[in-house]
Structures are given as C-alpha cells and as structure tokens.
Design a protein around this ligand. Structure first.
Ligand SMILES: *Cc1c(COP(=O)(O)O)cnc(C)c1O
Length: 389
C-alpha cells in the first residue's frame, strides 16, 4: 500500500498521525509549553530543531496543521485562534498600502468589516463584486488588484461562485485568489485544484464539529506561503493545545458527520420547498437552485447549512415560530452536532448587489438529530407562525 492513500475517509483517519513518536498512542498528547530547551549553543544559534518555542508550534498543533494541509491539498497550513483571525491574517499578509482587493458581496459579514475598517485604514481599497460575476471579474481587476477574495457558496445567501473562472482571470492579472472554504470543508471542495492560492477554514465549524472550541486554518499554495507565514509569526498568532487537540479529534469523524449533515440537510431542504409558508429554499444541491450546475461541476457534496425565505409575514409571527422551537437552537456559529436557526437580512449591508427577497429569511444548520424529529419541530413552528400571522 502506498504511504499516502488517496481516499478521503482513509486520509481523515490517518493524516497528521505518527503513533510511533508517542509510544504507540494513537493520538498525539496535548503538549503544553512555552519554553523548548536546546541541547547546545550550536543548536540554539542555528535554530536547528523541529520545535523552538511554544508560540511557533507544538507537536499537537503541528499534527492538525499537517492533517489539514494534506486534506486541502495545499503546500502547508497554519492554525489561528479563530476563522476570522485566519481571514484577517491572510488579507493583511497579501495586501499593502496602495493595493486593491476584490471581495465577494456575499462574504461572511465580519470579513467585510475587516475590509471596511482595517484594510481601509491601511490604505487598501476594497471593491465588492457580484458573487455571480464569474469570468466577468476581469473587468473589475485593476493594475493594483492583488487579491480576489471568494466565498462559495456565500454566507447566508448561498450563491455558488465560478472559482476556476475567477482564478484564471485573477492569475492572468497577477492577483492571488483567497477562498473561504468553510461550508464545503476540504472534503467537498478542492480549493487548490480549482485555482485558489489560499484556502481558509473556520475550523470552529465542521472540523471541530462539536461547538466546543474556536479555531481557524490558513492553507496556502507555495507562492502565497512566505508572506502568510511571516504575518502569522509577526502577529504572534498561536492556538491553545486543547483547542488544537479538539480540532484533531473532530477531524477524524468529519467524513461520517458530513454525510449525515448532507443527507438530513437535503431532506429538510426538499421538505421545506414543498411547504406553503416557504417562498424559496437557497441550497445549491437542490436541482432547482440557480447555482446547482456549478455546484455539481465543482463540489463533491453539500453540508448541512442552507437558508429559506418565507412568504411575507409579520416579524411577530417569525418570532413566535422561532421562540417555541425545541430542537433548533438560536445562536451563532454552525457545524456542530446540533441544529440551529437564525433570522438574517442581507439587504442591511450588501453594496454590489441587491437582495431581491420580500419575506423574512432564515438560515438553518441541520445537525445530527433524527430528521423526522427536526421536521416535527419546524412543523410546530409553522403552526405558531400561521396563528400569529
Ligand atoms: C463562522 C465563519 C467564519 C469565522 O469563523 P470564527 O471561528 O467564528 O471566527 C468565517 N467564515 C465563515 C463562512 C463562517 O461561517
């Protein structure tokens, strides 16, 4: 058998593991530490050992970084304390005063805030683009455009982006493509095979998978790596040993968890499509979704996060529906074992596109519960909605 098996489920079980190094124990220990001793002046001066200081990595952290790098298919990975810090460090690393960034209008809102506040203060201009722009991105690229930032499908609104078309236009102009790949995870979308130069995971979501830690991961191709590694070190970004361990632990079951999130998510999405209260379901794996063809071309699966738009009803009716839910919790984040639901309104912050929907929008994360129980919870919610509407 070859040393690096190609099947994802096998890689998930073995990536980043070296039991021989740890007396045969299957998992690496949780290394706590700042100081790492050097055996000699010669070694110290040459900085010639694998680990040199706690902030710069431990065997626990390195194990998760190596596993994610292998799964994403990039040159190497660095962990950060959150998904947002992975995005912030990447943009900071790749952009300087006088540069221009193109950012999808559908990005995670805190990414947008980083561009509008921090990048602006640094003298970097951001232009938001229609996530459906595809090859048309070339008309927006300027002489000083250094980064095109994509997120596919988009946060909340789930537009699928033509990443290969965007990447070829960006590369022709010498710009790098950064992709927030949190929704699909490295299992369902191959960032580097589709032209991205940097792939970001909010590992807080599906990789940790149990809503019990915050973690980010930056995986880069060789060209983007030196700038990212420099910034990561300059900002002193490092993660706690337990959090890295929880990331490793979550990663091992990512494949089976995602299969269930996918199946239950699709079943609920189709069921919701048939509900009279629902105007639209935004889920790219549904054949009726406008992004379905691109999703089918580029992705190998779908996760448990999608959105619905209700037919116009009062705010009070939506509150009655959501307040009484017993299984769907209301709260930020997603990717854990539990189902979540959140109202949202993209019209409040979009600038390059207009949100066309009239009714209230809800984002659902379908967890690992029994899907019939989840339907029953939503069905009771729709009954409350009807009474209050
Ligand atoms: C949650 C999220 C992030 C940020 O991750 P944190 O760990 O919460 O900082 C980034 N991108 C997307 C798409 C997310 O959903």
């Amino acid at each position: 058998m070859s040393k690096r098996p190609s099947k994802m489920d096998t890689r998930l079980a073995h990536a980043g593991r070296e039991p021989k190094r740890f007396h045969g124990f299957v998992n690496p220990p949780i290394y706590r530490g700042s100081t790492v001793l050097f055996p000699s002046v010669e070694c110290l001066e040459a900085n010639d050992q694998e680990f040199t200081y706690g902030r710069l990595g431990t065997p626990t952290v390195r194990a998760l970084e190596e596993a994610i790098a292998e799964l994403e298919g990039g040159h190497a990975t660095l962990l950060t304390p959150s998904g947002l810090s992975a995005i912030a460090a990447t943009l900071f690393a790749l952009l300087s005063a006088g540069d221009h960034a193109l950012v999808s209008d559908s990005v995670y809102r805190p990414t947008r805030r980083f561009c509008d506040h921090v990048l602006k203060r640094l003298g970097v201009e951001t232009t938001y683009y229609d996530p459906l722009v595809g090859a048309g991105i070339k008309d927006l690229i300027r002489g000083n455009t250094k980064v095109v930032f994509a997120e596919s499908p988009g946060s909340q609104s789930f537009e699928v982006q033509d990443v290969p078309a965007i990447a070829s236009a960006a590369h022709a102009a010498g710009a790098l493509v950064v992709l927030d790949n949190t929704w699909a995870t490295p299992l369902y979308f191959k960032s580097f095979a589709h032209g991205a130069d940097v792939s970001i995971q909010a590992a807080t979501k599906y990789i940790v998978g149990h809503a019990d830690a915050m973690l980010g991961a930056i995986t880069a191709a060789k060209a983007a790596w030196p700038a990212i590694a420099r910034t990561h070190e300059d900002f002193g970004l490092c993660v706690g040993p337990e959090d890295a361990y929880l990331g490793l632990r979550g990663l091992r079951s990512l494949g089976v968890r995602l299969e269930r999130h996918q199946a239950s998510g699709l079943e609920l999405a189709s069921w919701l499509q048939r509900r009279p209260e629902v105007a639209r379901v935004l889920h790219p794996a549904l054949p009726s979704d406008p992004g379905h063809a691109l999703w089918k071309r580029d992705f190998t699966g779908s996760s448990g996060l999608f959105a619905i738009v209700l037919k116009p009803v009062s705010h009070q009716a939506v509150a009655a529906m959501l307040d009484g839910l017993e299984l769907f919790g209301m709260g930020y984040s997603w990717g854990g074992f539990e189902s979540l639901i959140l109202p949202f309104d993209p019209s409040a912050y979009r600038t390059a596109t207009t949100w066309p929907e009239q009714g209230p929008a809800l984002r659902l994360h379908v967890g690992l519960e029994d899907v019939d129980d989840l339907k029953a919870d939503l069905e009771a919610g729709f009954a409350r909605l009807a009474v209050t509407a």
